[in-house]
Design a binder for this molecule. Structure first.
Ligand code: UDP
Length: 405
């Protein structure tokens, strides 16, 4: 993808602006560090951002930390606890989180002038801060507005050693003695996941999975994770299906740093039993065209998360001009302005009501979808994200409080 290819979507002046900002960062090495190369929103974003930063002349790199099963089981607990779930984390687990990575972190090659650490898994790398003058940024993708206090206080001790923290939404920012930047995530409109597909491709994928293109399709795309509430989606669907014809698609894969997917998938399969209108699809990571086709082929997209970071699946669906029903958690309300760019709901009953409303009023759904697409065009495309990052890279090291980009 070339930078100029984005001009017809966001305007040539945006592209010029990016080029102009990037000249001041020419040769700067920015090293991203996270815990998975595939699966989940963080990997999704980095895969798209890094090549474009390169095109702009910023030497962006990406390193992935490795852990064993126990490490990932603990970091998943951290993830859930930071999202506000109750989790029982023992002193041994806190200890293992640090000790199991000690050697790996010590040996990790640090190349960046700017080290951009994503989420809690690699947060303790900051212990190497004194080695060499570098700028350290912590990028948090989790909604930490109401975290478990023990886990947050443990993570916070590391976070405050960074030069600055980046959060996805104003409501996620915490009281911290370091500057905080607010930056929403984004999608790439030209990626395999989001480009407009020919109708034949969409039909082919629907037919591959035995989904009837002639009947309404309600879809949730998500890792099989309890916080995405797939069982709640089935409950809402069953309420709708009693009176209206429709099919449900629950599609997802796993992420290499998420150990719970198998169990959740088992629960979901059991709950769906043999309902012939419920399609549970396990899709290997990287199947972007298939995910795109499922989103594009859907009548309605649902995202019934109990907690959410930002919810890229919502952004992807809005960009495809789909009516979206989603819970008002995490970053979702930034994307869905209720009854203007989609419908916000609070539980199973609310989700079922909203689904019925949209099935009964396709014109209303189309109107919401079109508004949603424009909202994403203006706020959540990768060109805006690039600009935010370039500005943060330029600004880092200066003092300040919360900086709105
Ligand atoms: N995704 C995917 N395949 C799947 C499930 C999800 O490609 O089976 C993608 C999805 O399209 C989105 C990202 O993974 O781009 C999930 O990001 P989101 O912010 O919605 O949730 P997270 O998984 O980070 O909690």
């Amino acid at each position: 993808m070339k930078m100029n290819d984005y001009a017809p979507i966001v305007g040539q002046s945006r592209i010029e602006e990016l080029r102009h900002l990037a000249t001041r960062l020419s040769g700067t090495v920015v090293q991203n560090i996270n815990s998975t190369a595939t699966g989940g929103g963080v990997a999704e974003i980095l895969q798209r951002l890094i090549p474009l930063l390169h095109q702009l002349g910023v030497d962006a790199r990406w390193s992935v930390i490795q852990g064993d099963d126990e490490f990932y089981a603990i970091t998943k607990k951290f993830h859930n606890a930071l999202h506000g779930n109750e989790e029982d984390v023992s002193e041994e687990e806190f200890g293992y989180f640090l000790s199991s990575q000690e050697q790996r972190f010590a040996e990790m090659e640090l190349l960046g002038d700017i080290i951009l650490v994503h989420d809690p898994q690699p947060v303790a790398l900051i212990r190497r801060k004194e080695e060499k003058p570098r700028r350290w940024l912590w990028r948090c993708h989790i909604d930490v507005s109401n975290p478990d206090s023990r886990v947050w206080s443990f993570i916070r001790d590391f976070v405050i050693q960074y030069e600055a923290a980046v959060f996805s939404a104003p409501s996620f920012a915490r009281q911290l003695p370091i500057p905080q930047y607010l930056m929403a995530p984004s999608i790439d409109p030209l990626s395999e996941k989001n480009r407009e597909l020919p109708a034949a491709d969409v039909e082919m994928v629907l037919s591959k999975y035995g989904i009837d293109p002639e009947r309404p399709i309600i879809t949730q795309i998500s890792r099989f994770d309890r916080l995405k509430d797939p069982v709640g989606v089935i409950q809402a669907f069953e309420m709708v299906r009693k009176s209206m014809d429709c099919q449900l698609v629950l599609a997802g894969g796993g992420a290499s740093d998420d150990p719970e997917a198998e169990d959740v998938l088992g629960e979901v399969r059991q709950r769906a039993a043999d309902h012939r209108d419920i399609h549970i699809l396990t899709i290997p990571t990287g199947s972007d065209l298939e995910i795109n086709a499922l989103q594009q082929g859907s009548t309605i997209v649902i995202q019934k998360s109990l907690r959410e970071g930002f919810g890229l699946t919502v952004t992807e669906a809005l960009w495809k001009a789909k009516p979206v029903v989603a819970t008002a958690v995490g970053g979702i309300p930034l994307q869905i302005r209720n009854r203007f760019t989609g419908l916000l709901v609070h539980g199973v009953d609310g989700a079922a009501f909203a689904l019925k409303q949209l099935l009964a009023n396709p014109d209303y759904g189309r109107w919401l979808g079109q508004n949603g697409r424009e909202h994403v065009r203006h706020n959540f495309l990768i060109t805006r994200h690039l600009k935010d990052y370039l500005l943060v890279f330029l600004a880092i090291g200066r003092t300040g409080d919360i900086i709105h980009l």
